[in-house]
Ligand binder design. Structure first.
Ligand SMILES: C[S@@+](CC[C@H](N)C(=O)[O-])C[C@H]1O[C@@H](n2cnc3c(N)ncnc32)[C@H](O)[C@@H]1O
Length: 285
């Protein structure tokens, strides 16, 4: 079978499951992963015959994709802020919206005369926020926590992959109230999707990504924000800042909650899709 024939089988088999543009881009990702070919090479080498082993890899991927498994889990990797990250079933696949949060922190730091010295990423998952910040900010000690030991293992591998030093530690926000030190910046993309929003989500997210990374109850959507706000009140340095990724539908309510928790200078920003997606705030005594 040639690469061209394989591509045509791939598209036919998956066109009922994914929009055609997405099938094309998944094919490109898998060609890079299994064959080490760029998009251009997949065109130039269209008539090349493929080995049985490669065809088997693609067939296996097709059946996993039919069951809506994200291609990032099939390859075990993705890209975030132009850096490579390993991902697995214990880690959320980093989203492009979250890059906006990282960019906000980098832009703020670049404008500041006195640079922040310590930063904590809360609910680090793959480590994407902590690692991209450690890579792009100079002279800052970056720490990151999660309650999932498996996610922390992957996050640590990602710090090695990206040649940065991040101090990872395990902590469950639901039962711990102490941190090892104070921080100039706290950042978090905590679970914030309400159960009622599940019906808007695709099954590749619902069935494969870790539920504990995504969902909160309809009754208490700000559970994590309250816990983190209390930690910030105790462990943020004077004039420190907190950056949160947020639920697009709940920015006003979250602002109100942060005001009651004594935060000031609250600013909401939209993501690349024009949705309220991030909040920055400070604690002043
Ligand atoms: C939305 S994911 C964010 C992952 C990553 N920071 C990102 O932006 O892609 C939320 C993270 O919070 C972690 N988490 C959930 N419940 C937690 C808890 N009780 N204590 C600490 N971390 C928790 C999950 O394991 C997950 O990695």
């Amino acid at each position: 079978m040639t690469l061209k024939e394989l591509k045509s089988t791939f598209i036919t088999q998956l066109s009922e499951v994914y929009p055609s543009q997405e099938v094309e881009s998944i094919f490109t990702v898998l060609s890079e992963y299994f064959l080490n070919y760029t998009r251009l090479e997949t065109v130039l080498k269209a008539d090349e015959s493929l080995s049985k082993e490669i065809i088997k890899h693609f067939e296996n991927a097709i059946s996993r994709l039919k069951r809506q498994e994200p291609v990032q889990y099939i390859c075990g990797k993705t890209e975030f802020y132009s850096l490579p990250f390993k991902v697995d079933k214990h880690t959320l696949i980093p989203r492009p919206e979250t890059e906006g949060l990282v960019q906000w922190i980098i832009d703020d730091e670049n404008k500041k005369q006195t640079k922040s010295k310590t930063l904590l990423d809360i609910g680090t998952g793959s480590g994407c926020i902590a690692i991209s910040l450690a890579k792009n900010l100079k002279d800052i000690d970056v720490s990151a926590l999660d309650f999932s030991p498996e996610a922390l293992k992957t996050a640590h591998k990602n710090s090695v992959l990206n040649s940065v030093k991040v101090t990872f530690f395990e902590l469950d926000l639901m039962d711990e109230q102490t941190l090892p030190q104070r921080y100039d910046i706290m950042v978090s993309n905590p679970p914030y999707v309400r159960e009622l929003e599940k019906s808007d989500m695709r099954s590749n997210v619902l069935e494969y990504e870790p539920k504990s990374a995504l969902f909160v109850t309809d009754k208490d959507p700000f559970l994590f924000y309250r816990r983190i706000a209390r930690l910030a009140n105790l462990y943020l340095t004077d004039n420190g800042r907190v950056y949160f990724e947020i639920n697009e539908y709940l920015s006003d309510e979250l602002k109100a909650l942060l005001l009651t928790e004594r935060f000031t200078d609250i600013e909401v920003r939209k993501d690349i899709f024009g949705k309220d997606r991030m909040i920055k705030c400070s604690v002043h005594e």
